[in-house]
Design a protein around this ligand. Structure first.
Ligand code: FAD
Length: 528
């Protein structure tokens, strides 16, 4: 106890001396936060970095919460004290440019192992089983991989995913959470029934479409601006056992997008008449065949790009990636269903690559690539990623100007994903913004800056190319919206939110009037 009290006075002294914070020590003592607040060098260092490896901002302290009450206590202290301090939730820190960092503030380590251990005193995951609407209640810092493993024990799984599962529930719900299932189920934010949220005033509120609905819609896709998600009720479906995973190639962009758009138009059809997942990627150079997502191409089927007509097409190929889920009991019909769907597509006939794996292995596929990259020291490198939503009406112009133009036939150092989504699966009341068309594409340039000696793989080169792409879209009037936006000025944010800006400001005034939360997004200046 004596050590804890000593630590507490140290914490308070640090907060007072660094931000001039006038807090009531007994208040913190009553909250018991001295047990959860850490000034440990390793904790502060971890919280100051993210996956992007391009910005580093050290917080004053890190909170390892054991409950929503701890978070509410911390935020109330920040809100009520005259000087205040900023507070950012950090899930798995897989942002690109400091979105979960907190300058002069406290980072809440939602997913850290200490936070997890702290939570062992209470159940963090509970299932609600119903014939039509099974769900799971999870802690906001839970990683999707853990949610998957727990729900699979009951033969269930969430319906909508991200490509990579080592991301936190609160982190992806603050953006949208998209993958190849989004055309049918919508993004992850369309698959949540209810949330517990700690607002920027330190209140803990339960919200849903029916209860505190303003807060519910504000927080979904809300970039951490309106509250911290401490519990999410996620929709579940019976988990399929296996997946047929298919890749086919195109040399013509128009044929590729026509087929992708056809496949996502089948979203209301019975499962037997559509694929379960529709994605795709661009191969701008032969290097991608050795890239992190391409181990799939079987060595028995080496892809000779030149033989596939890419040379005649500015060196660019397009790969459609689709899957069909099935259970062993229906294994005799699945091949026929796949065949019937493939017959309707216009890909290069000799370019069909198929594999058949357990559902969990398919969902966790990027983690395998992560382990390989880690082993080569290629994971913890700068990631100047650019994610754009591109309206369908201009995707061909984007192809011409970016894939065949700006990117040219240069060596890439990461995948370039492209797949369409149906806007009617996105709730327009959420805080996320998409292009104003029924169909829009995600284009994700997921490139790593490498020390390879190649100029085209340096951070400067790639960052410059990203700026060029954004300039090209602006100059040619392609109304893109950034996904996982990386913007700096309020003018840029106003432009990003467009018609939604006034609503975003209103929501901020209501739920975080002192601008305490998620200042790393650089939308609102801290108003402390
Ligand atoms: P963090 O980086 O920790 O936080 C992101 C933002 O959310 C911050 O502003 C933070 O303050 C806020 N936040 C975090 N937790 C909470 C909470 N509980 N309540 C409120 N706000 C909170 N995205 C996709 O949609 N689809 C993909 O397929 C996909 N694949 C990816 C693959 C990799 C390898 C990586 C690195 C990222 C990928 N992403 C993808 C992006 C990812 O969804 C976002 O970066 C997401 O924010 C990461 O979650 P996180 O837990 O690491 O969030």
């Amino acid at each position: 106890m004596a050590t804890k009290l000593l630590l507490l006075s140290f914490v308070i002294c640090r907060l007072i001396s660094t931000v001039g914070l006038t807090v009531d020590p007994n208040g913190l003592l009553r909250l018991g936060l001295y047990r959860q607040l850490s000034f440990d060098y390793a904790d502060v260092e971890t919280a100051s970095l993210d996956f992007g490896r391009m910005t580093q901002v050290k917080p004053l302290a890190v909170l390892h919460p054991s409950s929503a009450d701890d978070i509410a206590g911390l935020i109330r202290t920040a809100y009520e004290s005259p000087e205040g301090f900023t507070v950012s939730a950090r899930g798995h820190g897989h942002s690109i440019s400091g979105q979960a960092q907190a300058a002069n503030g406290v980072v809440i380590a939602m997913s850290s192992s200490i936070s997890k251990r702290n939570r062992l005193t209470r159940p963090s995951l509970s299932l609600g089983l119903g014939h039509k609407s099974s769900y799971v209640d999870v802690w906001g810092g839970e990683l999707w991989i853990d949610v998957l493993n727990s729900t699979l024990e009951h033969g269930l799984a969430p319906r909508s995913w991200t490509d990579y599962l080592y991301l936190s529930v609160g982190g992806t719900l603050s953006n949208a959470g998209i993958s190849g299932q989004a055309f049918h189920h919508g993004p992850q934010i369309s698959n949540v029934y209810e949330l517990d949220v700690v607002t920027g005033k330190g209140e803990i509120l339960t919200c849903s479409n029916e209860q505190n609905s303003q807060l519910f819609h504000a927080v979904l896709g809300g970039l951490g601006q309106f509250g911290i998600i401490t519990r999410a009720r996620i929709a579940l479906e019976p988990a399929p056992q296996r997946v047929k995973w298919i890749r086919v190639l195109y040399s013509k962009f128009s044929a590729f997008t026509k087929d992708q758009e056809y496949l996502i138009s089948l979203n209301g059809h019975p499962a037997s008449e559509r694929f379960d997942y529709v994605e795709g990627f661009v191969i701008v150079d032969e290097g991608l065949i050795n890239n992190w997502r391409s181990s799939f191409f079987s060595p028995r089927n080496p892809v000779k790009i030149s033989s596939l007509g890419a040379a005649a097409n500015g060196g660019v190929l397009y790969c459609l990636e689709i899957t069909k889920n099935y259970d062993e009991s229906s294994s005799d019909t699945v091949d026929q269903e796949v065949e019937a769907l493939l017959k309707k597509l216009d890909f290069i006939p000799t370019s069909v690559f198929t594999t058949d794996i357990p559902y969990v292995d398919f969902l966790d596929r990027v983690h395998k690539a992560e382990l390989k990259l880690r082993a080569k020291g290629l994971w913890d490198v700068p990631h100047p990623w650019l994610n754009l939503f591109v309206p369908k009406s201009r995707i061909a112009d984007f192809d011409q100007g970016v894939f065949k133009g700006i990117l040219g036939n240069k060596k890439t150092s990461g995948p370039i994903l492209i797949y369409p989504m149906n806007r009617n699966k996105w709730n327009q009341r959420s805080s996320v913004v998409t292009p104003d068309e029924d169909t829009f594409y995600l284009v994700a340039l997921l490139r790593s800056a490498l020390d390879s000696g190649e100029e085209t793989q340096t951070l400067d080169y790639l960052s410059n190319q990203n700026r060029q792409i954004l300039r090209f879209c602006k100059e040619t009037g392609i109304k893109v919206k950034q996904y996982l936006p990386n913007l700096s000025t309020q003018e840029e944010w106003k432009d990003h939110f467009g018609d939604k800006w006034d609503l975003i400001v209103k929501r901020k005034m209501e739920f975080d009037p002192k601008h305490i939360l998620a200042t790393g997004q650089r939308i609102f200046q801290p108003g402390l």
